[in-house]
Each structure stands twice: as structure tokens, then as C-alpha cells.
Design a protein around this ligand. Structure first.
Ligand code: SAM
Length: 193
């Protein structure tokens, strides 16, 4: 479905791209086949670092292979654990966090992100974000769990303190089949008195 306004993943990339720079720290919360992890590694450069998570060992293996082929394995740490555990594994503040929810393309649709763990993960990500850092979440309401994730994430984002965070949603209003939506959160700079 080609459209002039592009898609949720494209909008997320625009937000993330603006936040990253050589030497930056980033988290790929859903590494999948590693396309996004590789792209983040390119953006943070040789001196940067990407932390990537997935619960499927198949995803970790595909991503490791992709990074190795590109000669970028040194820039990333890959964790075969759920993103809801990111506070146990990432011990420094980050400039950007990317979530691309749903299931691993080309694999069993049975393994998809789940509302309860997604909510724990986005809360953890807020803790890790530096001031003025961003998080993007691509949500797929076209399937049952994705629809539950959307409802819960909108409630969660709507409840964030407006003095500390900006929360923005971008989505099509006139396309069939519940197209993906892009939620972006930015942590504000705290003004010194
Ligand atoms: N960004 C990926 C890429 O570039 O190929 C695609 C991600 S795919 C849409 C979503 C991924 O989330 C799947 O690989 C799935 O295994 C993973 N996932 C499901 N539950 C998870 C969890 N609790 N923590 C981390 N990843 C999870």
C-alpha cells in the first residue's frame, strides 16, 4: 500500500535519525531480523553502542549474522531476553529507543509482543532515556494483541506528565485494515530554576 505520507516505520525512522549521532547510545527493543539494529549501528558509528533485545533465539542469530556481514558486530550487544528486562542489562542512559511491535517477519505468528510486557518495557525505557532523547513505538492494531497494545499504550502515553514528556501519535485516518500507528515520546529537558 504505497502512499505519499509513507508509513509508521518511516515516521519512526525520521524521529530516531534526528536524535542519533556518532557516539550515541541506542536501544532496539525488538531486534527481529536485525534490519533496524544494523541501521542503528550505522547511525551511532564506530564509537557508539546499540543494545538489542528479542525473546526468539532465531532473531538473535539472524541479527548477529547481519551485523557480522556488515562488519558492525562490535557496535552492538545482543540480548536474547525480553525488552521488559532492559533495566537489568543496560547500565547507561540512551539517546533513542526503538520499538517495532508484533511478530518476527517470516516466522511463526504465534510469538508476538504482548501488552503486559510491552507496558513494562516502555516504562523501563523512560528511565533510560536521557533528557531530550526519544522513543518510538510502531504499533500494529490489525491483529488482536496489537489492538490491545494500541489501546493500552495510548492510555499510558496520555497519562505521562506533560512537564516531563511530549507524546505524539501519527496515523492514517482513512485507510482500511487498521494500518500501523507510530507513537513517539520525547523526554523534556528539566529547566533549572
Ligand atoms: N525490528 C525488527 C527488524 O528490523 O527486523 C522487526 C521486529 S518484529 C516486528 C517484532 C519482534 O519482537 C519479533 O522478533 C519478536 O520475537 C520480538 N518480541 C516479542 N516479544 C518480545 C519481548 N518481550 N522482548 C523483545 N522482543 C520481543
Amino acid at each position: 500500500m504505497a502512499t505519499d505520507f509513507k508509513s509508521a516505520r518511516f515516521w519512526a525512522k525520521e524521529v530516531i535519525e534526528e536524535a542519533l549521532f556518532p557516539g550515541a547510545r541506542a536501544i532496539d527493543a525488538t531486534m527481529g531480523n536485525g534490519y533496524d539494529t544494523l541501521w542503528l549501528c550505522e547511525l551511532v558509528g564506530e564509537t557508539g553502542k546499540v543494545y538489542a533485545f528479542d525473546i526468539q533465539q532465531e532473531a538473535v542469530a539472524h541479527t548477529a549474522e547481519r551485523l557480522e556481514q556488515a562488519g558492525m558486530q562490535e557496535r552492538a550487544s545482543l540480548f536474547g531476553v525480553g525488552h521488559e528486562h532492559m533495566l537489568d542489562t543496560v547500565h547507561e542512559p540512551v539517546d533513542a529507543v526503538l520499538f517495532n511491535l508484533g511478530w518476527l517477519p517470516g516466522a511463526e505468528h504465534g510469538v508476538t509482543t504482548q501488552t503486559a510486557t510491552t507496558l513494562r518495557a516502555v516504562d523501563a525505557a523512560l528511565v533510560l532515556l536521557k533528557e531530550e532523547a526519544v522513543m518510538t513505538i510502531c504499533i500494529y492494531p490489525g491483529h488482536a494483541e496489537g489492538s490491545r497494545e494500541l489501546e493500552s499504550l495510548l492510555k499510558w502515553a496520555g497519562g505521562l506528565d506533560d512537564k516531563r514528556y511530549d507524546a505524539v501519535l501519527k496515523h492514517y485516518l482513512n485507510q482500511p485494515n487498521d494500518p500501523p500507528q507510530m507513537l513517539a515520546i520525547r523526554k523534556k529537558k528539566i529547566k533549572k530554576k
